[in-house]
Design a protein around this ligand. Structure first.
Ligand SMILES: [Zn+2]
Length: 306
């Protein structure tokens, strides 16, 4: 009896175990697995599809960036070419400057910054000093305008050249008049003060020199005029036959038109068709033929201008 009970109990336990196993298999049915797995797979495929366009966009962006990067080097190349061109220009200027340097063998201290030199440079940058007075001043032997005896003077060599020039002009029917030659430091000082009072300092500075900075103190400069402009110093002198003759012939007698048109940035002065400066025939002729200012001729690229 006892054995039969045990066998039945075992059979029951087996039956329960089998039924439990059958139930657990029932919950793991494949259809459920398909339903849950498929969406995941589709999702992952969609995800892949979505990733591709993003990747392409990224690649496009990369391409664009690459193109941009390629454009930059091109611009750099162009810039480099500009730089090379500029260097060429500089080289050319150097060549010209070298030629300029060969135009004369004047010494800076002896010939250019020495107040007593015929080729002295006097301007707003290089002053003659308050104590310089030429030792060989003479009264010019040509028609003059002003009564003041001081301004009728020039240094001997310049006075002689001026006489030759006026006589040569007269032979061609051109009558020139000398208006203002030598001016002492003190005269220039007073003149500049008067001009500042009349026109203001900024304006006066463009046509009138401060004491020590005027070429008239060298005794080598003369302001020339004619009756056709009422013996005044005016820009319209350039349009008169006298003004034209002087501009075209002064160099033959050693004078240069000291403040040419459109050279204010170099000379510091407005165009003065009346102001002539003696430098000697050799230098004057070179300066005239090359169309240079005295600053450019004497100093070349050493001189920065204004
Ligand atoms: Zn002058």
């Amino acid at each position: 009896m006892r054995n039969k009970f045990i066998i039945r109990a075992l059979v029951l336990v087996l039956a329960i175990m089998l039924s439990l196993t059958a139930c657990s298999r029932g919950t793991d049915n494949p259809p459920n697995q398909d339903e849950t797995e498929n969406p995941v797979d589709i999702g992952s495929e969609k995800g892949n599809e979505q990733e591709d366009p993003i990747d392409e966009e990224d690649l496009n962006k990369d391409d664009e960036i690459t193109e941009d990067e390629q454009e930059d080097p091109l611009e750099d190349d162009i810039d480099n070419e500009d730089d090379i061109d500029n260097e060429d220009d500089i080289d050319n200027e150097d060549d010209i400057d070298n030629e300029d340097d060969n135009l004369h063998d004047l010494d800076l201290e002896e010939d250019i910054f020495n107040p007593a030199s015929l080729t002295v440079l006097a301007n707003k940058e290089y002053s003659l000093g308050s104590d310089y007075t030429p030792e060989d001043l003479v009264t010019v032997q040509v028609p003059t305008v002003l009564e003041n005896p001081e301004v009728k003077q020039l240094r001997k060599v310049a006075a002689d050249a001026l006489k030759e020039m006026f006589e040569a002009a007269k032979e061609e029917g051109i009558i020139l008049h000398a208006r203002s030659g030598y001016r002492s430091y003190r005269t220039q000082e007073q003149l500049f003060k008067n001009n500042v009072a009349k026109h203001g300092e900024e304006a006066a500075n463009k046509f009138s020199a401060r004491a020590g900075q005027s070429e008239h103190q060298t005794g080598l400069a003369m302001d020339i005029t004619s009756e056709s402009v009422n013996l005044k110093l005016t820009e319209s002198f350039e349009d008169t036959k006298e003004g034209k003759w002087a501009a075209e012939n002064a160099h033959r007698f050693g004078f240069i038109l000291r403040y040419p048109k459109d050279k204010t940035h170099i000379t510091g002065y407005i165009y003065e068709p009346w102001h002539f400066r003696y430098v000697g025939v050799e230098h004057a002729t070179k300066i005239y033929e090359l169309g240079l200012t005295l600053e450019e001729y004497l100093l070349g690229d050493i001189y920065a201008g204004y």
